[in-house]
Design a protein around this ligand. Structure first.
Ligand code: BGC
Length: 816
């Protein structure tokens, strides 16, 4: 049996796309599903209608659309805005012109990615406007289940639509280049295939509800320190193969209607000011036909943004961020207007950008005058949020079957995070959810928690928690230290009376700051280490098990303490149902099937981008106190590509995750090799593989089969292996098998030859390992061969080139 989501090109999903009615100039009713033929037809119609509208627009109307309405504008400041939706992040101006008959409503833009971010309450209004907090991107990716993630996309899309949102500012899909990146929780993976597949699934789901998604942050937005101005120095090959590739998959597969550029510069120029990036590569090479918006206050010069192809600058007004470094150009709408009047922006450019905006705005719920209910089905979405969390949580360690715990068990629950539970990260990625089930509440539903401990933690938390506002006043950040040294007698008493100990540890992070390798952040604090040590000693003396639950934003050190405990459950940030989802796993009601979408290094110093500060988060070249350049010295060797190629041991490899049952992957074969018949279509299947997955244990469960390919090195150096396809099985009963087919298209197999501006497949023998993780040491590969070099696609000559004076040779960690 074939699973439909091994690669986006080869889905078997059938979606009925219905165009509800056709756009007419004065009565815009254009709202439909985005998929297949329906989408193409809809796009063509919208393009055509947009041309007619743009031809009738005045220069002033066009110029107004190029820049947003400013931070928190009054309703009257946004051209042709219907109802306001408090808490949205921004707007795109509409047009209302009785003379020409144009009635194009303004569009409302709201954050993501863990849900729809709007204000939960309004003045003089008893109704509430909560949104479902879904698991963060990292946990969604850990499900490796694109069908499930598509459903999450549908639910979020529906909430956005029912709350009056037109553009959802998500998904975030940057590569988790380094564990310290403050926004890693919003992103999916260190691997572009996983990131691209997850983003595509969310985009398809959300856009099927008729709203637009905005994939972000394009591109190489891989650190938060000095995020507005840092310059990523990165080779065109690493950009193409690692940092752009996920975006390419998402654009070509799922047709996101919008894309947000990043704050950072790339090889000397701000991302949104790079015509080669957002016009040559994105539009001309990949065929993107959505709109491009800037990140909030990104860019150095609005005229350059417009000319490069940033269709709308957000949020509008003056650039408060640039003012901080003494660059105040005034209101950017005025600068753009002056740029047009002086000829720095041509009419053709103005029309091009406005055409992109109008053709996407015609498809919004606002354009369809959709009468939103403000009452999405939060209950069913809560269930889906829990299901997604259940499938993403990863079992890292389970010595001597420490887990699952019997539901009748007496559990001693330690750690302040059981009360100060993190549903998600901070900043624009935070969501106002109706509630959060904290970990103690979730555990209490399944187990009998030690009452003295619960009382102690509740009192301690109430007395010691502090609340502060996060960046830009977004989200409250609650902190509370571990109760140092005060637990001694409770540990000993509970070790006697409880059946097991569960210790919960938490870490939060968010935009505008990176994490640090210090105690209490990447490393456990002294108090946390002491807690693990004392609890383990006391419980092990009584022959009882100790489980650690990690409710963390991202990769956190495990090497220092993991040998002391029996089980480790990596929950990341599971959304509003956190406590319930963790209890589902600990009790065995759900058999864990999450797999790491990022490697857990043995030590931070082993991370390839940690070679020096110059590498991550960058270096202050001119001594002015801010970082200037961030060198991507590890080049294409990011995450497991590095650890495998350079034989660097890790704590837990990419793709890894345990189950309460066991699986066998067998009968791997190359079922089709179309290499010789290759017609030049980069998206047709080229190599088809298959394997059989069997549940060999005694509990039902799901497994993820992952295809890692080792390619021959001819002209180009290659990572030891790269993930080229994956699929999650359905629920397999003990003894049951499922055969999975993987189709790998030419573009996915290819490597980037920057010397010739081409994607190529090099000749030689390829080894394919179908495995349950990136640790392929015990796997017998199947092989296929390529007789001569194949050029898969040509790219824009010289695009994204390194700055003068920097050559590929200065990338020190590149494989010799
Ligand atoms: C973030 C974006 C977000 C935007 C609007 C920016 O600071 O980088 O991800 O969508 O704000 O809130």
């Amino acid at each position: 049996m074939s699973v439909g989501h091994t690669h986006p090109r080869f889905k078997t999903t059938i979606v009925a796309g219905v165009i509800s009615s056709v756009f007419a100039l004065n009565a815009c009713t254009y709202l439909s599903s985005d998929s297949g033929t329906a989408q193409t037809t809809q796009n063509k119609k919208a393009q055509h209608q947009a041309e007619k509208i743009v031809a009738k627009m005045t220069d002033d109307e066009k110029l107004k659309m190029l820049v947003g309405a400013g931070m928190a504008p009054a309703q009257s400041d946004v051209a042709n805005l219907g109802t306001t939706v408090p808490g949205v992040a921004g707007y795109i101006h509409g047009v209302s012109d009785p003379e020409s008959g144009i009635d194009l409503p303004a569009a409302r833009l709201a954050d993501g990615p863990a849900g729809v971010r709007i204000d939960p309450s309004r003045k003089n209004d008893p109704h509430t406007y909560y949104s479902t907090a879904f698991p963060t991107g990292t946990l969604l990716a850990s499900t490796w289940n694109t069908d499930l993630i598509r459903q999450v996309g549908e639910a979020v899309g529906n909430e956005a639509k029912e709350y009056g949102v037109d553009f959802w500012l998500a998904p975030g899909m940057n590569i988790q280049r380094n564990p310290l990146l403050g926004r890693n929780f919003e992103y999916f993976s260190e691997d572009p295939l996983v990131a691209g597949m997850m983003a595509s699934a969310i985009v398809e789901g959300a856009q099927s509800e008729g709203i637009a998604t905005t994939i972000k942050h394009f591109a190489a937005n891989n650190s938060e320190t000095n995020r507005y101005w840092v310059n990523a120095v990165v080779t065109p090959r690493a950009l193409r193969e690692i940092y752009l590739r996920g975006f390419q998959y998402a654009v070509q597969e799922s047709h996101p209607r919008a894309l947000m550029t990043s704050y950072n510069s790339i090889n000397g120029k701000n991302a949104g000011e790079r015509a080669d990036l957002i016009t040559s590569v994105l539009r001309h090479e990949w065929g993107y036909d959505g709109l491009v918006m800037s990140d909030w206050f990104a860019g150095k010069n609005p005229v350059d943004l417009v000319n490069a192809g940033t269709d709308v600058i957000q949020p509008g007004g003056s650039n408060v961020v640039n003012q901080r470094i003494g660059q105040d150009l005034g209101d950017w709408a005025d600068v753009v207007k002056a740029g047009y009047q002086s000829g720095k922006i041509s009419r053709a450019t103005l029309d091009r950008n406005v055409q992109h905006l109008v053709s996407q705005m015609l498809k919004t719920p606002s354009a369809a005058h959709y009468s939103f209910s403000s009452q999405p089905d939060l209950q069913s979405h809560a269930q889906l949020s829990r299901q997604a969390a259940d499938e993403g949580i990863i079992l890292l360690k389970n010595a001597r079957h420490a887990l699952p715990l019997k539901t009748s068990a007496n559990v001693a629950s330690f750690g302040i995070t059981q009360l100060n539970t993190f549903k998600g990260g901070t900043g624009s990625g935070d969501v106002h959810s109706p509630y959060v089930i904290n970990i103690a509440q979730g555990l209490a539903q399944r187990f009998t928690l030690n009452p003295s401990l619960q009382k102690f933690y509740a009192q301690y938390f109430a007395a010691n928690k502090t609340v502060k506002k996060g960046i830009l006043g977004i989200s409250d950040i609650v902190s509370c230290p571990e109760p140092a040294g005060k637990l001694k007698s409770l540990i000993h008493q509970s070790a006697k009376t409880s059946d097991a100990a569960v210790i919960t540890l938490g870490r939060n992070a968010g935009e505008d700051a990176d994490r640090r390798v210090v105690r209490g952040d990447y490393l456990l604090s002294k108090d946390e280490l002491r807690l693990i040590q004392r609890v383990s000693k006391a419980f092990h003396a009584q022959h009882k098990k100790v489980i650690v639950v990690l409710n963390v934003t991202g990769v956190t050190d495990v090497s220092e303490w993991r040998d002391q405990v029996d089980g480790i459950v990596l929950a990341y940030m599971p959304g509003q149902e956190t406590g319930n989802a963790i209890a589902d796993i600990l009790s065995g009601d759900v058999n864990p099937s999450g797999k790491l979408a990022q490697s857990f290094p043995l030590h931070y110093k082993d991370v390839p981008s940690a070679a020096s500060a110059r590498n991550f988060p960058g270096i202050d070249e001119n001594g002015d106190g801010v970082l200037d350049n961030e060198y991507y010295n590890e080049d294409i060797y990011v995450g497991y590509r590095y650890y495998q190629t350079f034989n660097q041991p890790v704590a837990y490899p990419f793709g890894y995750g345990l189950s309460y049952t066991s699986f066998d992957i067998s009968h791997a074969t190359v079922s089709a090799n179309l290499l010789k018949a290759q017609s030049g279509d980069q998206t047709s299947p080229l190599i088809s593989l298959q394997a059989r997955v069997t549940n060999t244990g005694d509990t039902k469960g799901k497994e993820v089969a992952q295809v890692y390919i080792a390619a021959p090195e001819v002209k180009l150096k290659k990572p030891a292996t790269e993930l080229k396809a994956f699929a999650k099985t359905r629920m397999l009963a003990p003894g049951q098998s499922q055969t999975i087919k993987f189709d790998i298209p030419a573009q996915t197999l290819a490597s980037f030859d920057s010397a010739h501006n081409q994607w190529i497949i090099e000749p030689g023998t390829y080894r394919a390992y179908i495995s349950s993780s990136s640790d392929i040491s015990d796997i017998q590969p199947v092989t296929f061969s390529v007789s001569q070099e194949m050029v898969v696609s040509q790219t824009t000559p010289g695009a994204l080139a390194l700055q003068k004076g920097i050559s590929a040779a200065s990338f020190v960690t590149v494989k010799k």
